[in-house]
Design a protein around this ligand. Structure first.
Ligand code: NAD
Length: 314
């Protein structure tokens, strides 16, 4: 009797990658088109980036932002202050940029040197030029569902989810991390998209169990490989915001908060690191610069005529 051996594959189906590079390229194309349309209306959006100090990583981030701005036709201006610049000098630079009508977006690269009060600097930026969306007026507006400048990374994550899942209304999303920059605005945007939202943080009891209830997981923790397959419900969509530099036997490289190799055996779709959320953040910074330019145009249109008469009848 012949024995037939059936080979049954034990390889699980792996999650598909959510391609942040390709989706951010689409966003940049949209920005480029809109820049051309605005040029037709004599509007030439400009982004000012202020860098204080010598942090090497900040220099790289600023260079990339300015490069991308140039590629889509947004005018970019770089301002640098030394590491020992005083708070008054930083605030004076921001006041000048606020007053300059040719500047539409102001970004202060964080972190600032330790002697400078970061919150005071952020709140000195004119809210309609605050392309990072960190000003308390924009944060409040976002919570109330108003059309305001919204933090770039969560906006980028929402676009990734839209491209991957379409309508996410009614799904359960778990955001891991509650920072002002990522976790809190992310939870707000998911709520606006009609998800049921849970926020898991450093004091949560049994974070993996809470996370296993999620259809969508957004990880913004800053701990390499914290979230593995055991945290995930089969078929979950995973957005990994984390950027962590680790050094191992293969050298120094970037990894996310999610253990990609493990998580992709359970998830339906997952963002790689690098190449997932990272490129979306810059793309949405440039989108925000256009939104800022349009908000400023709307404000200007509402201003009373300085001569006190309607220009149409002059
Ligand atoms: P943060 O340090 O301000 O906040 C981290 C959050 O994680 C906190 O709210 C904390 O409560 C939570 N946390 C810590 N340990 C935890 C644990 N064991 N379980 C559950 N929650 C825990 O960090 P952040 O600024 O929000 O950044 C998070 C990560 O995202 C970092 O790796 C950062 O580099 C990265 N990041 C990436 C981008 C991008 O463009 N891709 C943008 C911003 C931040």
């Amino acid at each position: 009797m012949t024995t037939v051996t059936h080979l049954i594959s034990s390889t699980p189906t792996l999650a598909r990658d959510i391609d942040g590079k390709a989706i951010s390229a689409q966003v940049l194309d949209e920005v480029r088109e809109e820049v051309l349309a605005l040029a037709g209306q004599q509007i030439f959006p400009a982004l000012a980036v202020l860098l204080v100090g010598d942090d090497p990583a900040s220099h790289v981030y600023v260079r990339n932002k300015l490069l991308r701005a140039k590629e889509v036709g947004i005018r970019s201006l770089e301002y640098r202050l030394p590491d020992d610049a005083s708070q008054a000098q930083v605030l004076e630079q921001i006041a000048q940029l606020n007053a300059d009508a040719s500047v539409n977006g102001i970004l202060v690269q964080l972190p600032l040197p330790g002697h400078i009060d970061e919150a005071a600097v952020i709140h000195a930026i004119d809210p309609i030029k605050d392309v990072d969306g960190f000003h308390r007026e924009n944060v409040g507006g976002l919570v109330q569902g108003m059309e305001v400048l919204t933090p770039c990374t969560p906006s980028g994550c929402m676009r990734l989810l839209k491209e991957t899942c379409g309508d996410i209304s009614g799904l359960h999303a778990v955001v891991i991390g509650r920072s002002n920059i990522v976790g809190k605005p992310m939870a707000t945007l998911l709520l606006q998209a009609h998800c049921s939202v849970s926020v898991v943080h450093s004091r949560s009891v049994d974070a993996p169990a809470l996370c296993r209830l999620a259809d969508i997981v957004v990880a913004a923790v800053g701990r390499p490989h914290l979230i593995d397959a055991s945290w995930l419900k089969p078929g979950a969509v995973v957005i990994d915001v984390g950027i962590n530099r680790v050094t191992d036997e293969s050298g120094s490289h970037l990894v996310g908060d999610v253990d990609y190799a493990s998580a992709r055996t359970v998830a339906r779709a997952i963002t790689p690191v690098p190449g997932g959320v990272g490129p979306m953040t810059i793309a949405y910074l440039l989108k925000n610069t256009l939104i800022a330019a349009k908000l400023q145009r709307a404000v200007k249109a509402r201003e009373p005529d300085p001569d006190g008469c309607d220009s149409d009848i002059n």
